[in-house]
Each structure stands twice: as structure tokens, then as C-alpha cells.
Design a protein around this ligand. Sequence first.
Ligand code: SF4
Ligand code: F3S
Length: 108
Amino acid sequence: PFIVTDACIQCKYTDCVSVCPMDCFVEGPNFVVIDPEGCIDCSVCVPQCPVDAIVNAAEVSPQQAEFVELNARLARAPGWRPLTQAKAPMDGHEQWAGVAGKRAHLRL
Ligand code: SF4
Ligand code: F3S
């Protein structure tokens, strides 16, 4: 499957969700994930993300490897909900876009 990584945290642009033919994006407080059970590896979501947060799980960097497990787990987490239509990005997204190492800011 494809996965959402660090760059999405505190930005959540949501351009990705509206193009997914499988509706497999799931939203939390300051991040979205891809449900690996639904993803068919079509990759159409990848170029939609303005901060390049979406990658193929099979090609994830060592720094982002934790996000493979996080996408699978958070897609089923209490309070996380499917998101199928784009909405406004988070307040402060301009400041957070491009900041490295946002994993510590992930809210569950
Ligand atoms: Fe959806 Fe395709 Fe992206 Fe998987 S790769 S999340 S199926 S748009
Ligand atoms: Fe996140 Fe990029 Fe989608 S910031 S919500 S993965 S468009």
C-alpha cells in the first residue's frame, strides 16, 4: 500500500482524499493515514499532496519506516474517521509545511 508520512502532520492539506477511488483515507486530529486494507496501489493520491507526504510503503526511507505501522494502526484507532472529501488545511499549515521531524507532534 501507499502510506502517509511525517510531512502531513500539522498541515493536513486533504487534496489526497478526494481522488482516492477506494476511499481509504482516515483522519485524526492533526494527520491522515491510508488504510492498507483498502489501498490498491493506484498512486493517484501521490501527486496531489503539496508536501509530498505520500509514499509507497515498499520504498519508505529508514527515517519514515515507522509510518508503515502507524498508518495500519491509526486507520483502526478510536476516534479516527474516514475522510473522503477535501477540506481546509489546518491553522498554521504554512509554518509547519517543510518542517522536518514532526513525528513528535503527532496527536493520537
Ligand atoms: Fe487511494 Fe490509490 Fe492512494 Fe491507495 S494509492 S490511498 S488506493 S489513491
Ligand atoms: Fe496530508 Fe498531503 Fe493528504 S498533507 S492530508 S497527505 S494532501
